[in-house]
Design a protein around this ligand. Structure first.
Ligand code: NDP
Length: 329
């Protein structure tokens, strides 16, 4: 008999999530039936989407949503051998039983030099978000200037590096001087700390006096309203995330973006990465190749211990992570 631990949503979040909003549960798992396998989570992801989606898709008492890299520890399913690593979508649990449906094998062969946690980050959903958002929504061209927000995070850091591969000038903003230094280290042409600059308007102008062809927006809110005014004519804005608004409890008001949208003839498009599920393999292959060639660098913020899942999640929402926030069980 295996006893799994799992984190449940005890109380819907109001504002920034609190550790008291979560409850640790234990679940006795039954014996495997034919066709089933027992998996153990090795790395779990904490992602911004969990904040808005918990309200949309979950009720109090449900196990927190999320993905993991898991190892097969017992198998009565011939398609999965013991010791194999898969990507699963089974929420914040240490162990779970599966019939094999909805599991993805990690890209194979997985290079020995890379941590398997990258399947939750640069070679996973956030990397794919950067890849398709930049190449298919922004449709960047060589010589263009790209602006990226939450640039030192899981998605943003990959966006900037792919934009460099595509021959663009890249400007990134992030919430600490250490993050700004990291962005310069991985090849961003310009970077600034949006929390400490005297004027966002002035910082955006200084970083690219001619304006921006593309804006990969991870943050939304006030910053985006200001950035829209710095777009070049016919600029493209990929609306990827709005993390500045996920924890707000009061309705925010303008400034409104219609005038620059009209007079600069901009195109703004929201997207969800699953739109390109049928091209997942292509994206993962490209990301893995760039990592192995040293063209895309990665950093992970690894929190040790399943007990610290809520703290890792809350910390990520507050900007404590550099690169992808993951939990090592
Ligand atoms: P990150 O690794 O970037 O972590 C979140 C970061 O957001 C924090 O580190 C923090 O960095 C920044 N942040 C938090 N609050 C604010 C704020 N009020 N203003 C500005 N920045 C803030 O997360 P991901 O890379 O996983 O996700 C980035 C964005 O992309 C999110 O909005 C997410 O919802 C979205 N996303 C969308 C997908 C899609 O399919 N559309 C798929 C995946 C992600 P800092 O220190 O710089 O403030």
């Amino acid at each position: 008999m295996v006893t799994a631990k799992a984190w449940a949503l005890k109380k819907h979040f109001e504002g920034l999530p609190k550790t008291s909003d979560f409850e640790l549960k234990t679940i006795e798992l039954p014996k495997l039936k034919d066709g089933e396998l027992l998996l153990q989570s090795v790395f779990l992801s904490v992602d911004p989407y969990m904040r808005p989606y918990s309200r949309r898709d979950m009720k109090e008492g449900d196990i927190m949503i999320g993905t993991q890299v898991a190892r097969v520890v017992e198998s009565k399913n011939p398609a999965f051998t013991v010791g194999a690593f898969v990507l699963a979508d089974r929420g914040w649990r240490t162990h779970f039983i599966s019939d094999g449906k909805g599991l993805y094998f990690l890209p194979s062969p997985w290079p020995e030099s890379l941590p398997r946690s990258l399947a939750l980050g640069t070679v996973g959903m956030p990397g794919l978000t950067a890849y398709f958002g930049l190449l298919e929504v922004c449709k960047v061209k060589p010589g263009e200037t790209v602006l990226v927000t939450a640039a030192a995070g899981a998605v943003g850091s990959v966006v900037g590096q792919i934009a460099k591969i595509a021959g663009c000038k890249v400007v990134g903003c992030a919430g600490s001087d250490a993050k700004v230094a990291y962005l310069k280290k991985i090849g961003f042409d310009e970077a600034f700390n949006y929390k400490t600059v005297a004027s966002l308007d002035e910082a955006l102008r200084k970083a690219s006096p001619d304006g921006y062809d593309c804006f990969f927006d991870n943050v939304g809110g006030e910053f985006s309203s200001i950035a829209v005014n710095h777009m070049k004519k016919y600029g493209r804005i990929a609306v990827c995330g709005a993390i500045s608004q996920y924890n707000t409890t009061v309705l925010q008001k303008g400034p409104y973006i219609q005038p620059p949208m009209i007079f600069k003839e901009l195109r703004m498009e929201g997207f969800i990465v699953s739109r390109w599920n049928d091209r997942r393999e292509e994206g993962l292959k490209a990301l893995m190749k760039w990592i192995m060639e040293g063209k895309v660098k990665y950093h992970e913020q690894v929190t040790e211990g399943f007990a610290n899942m809520p703290a890792a999640f809350i910390g990520m929402l507050q900007g404590e992570n550099l690169g992808k926030a993951v939990v090592k069980v």
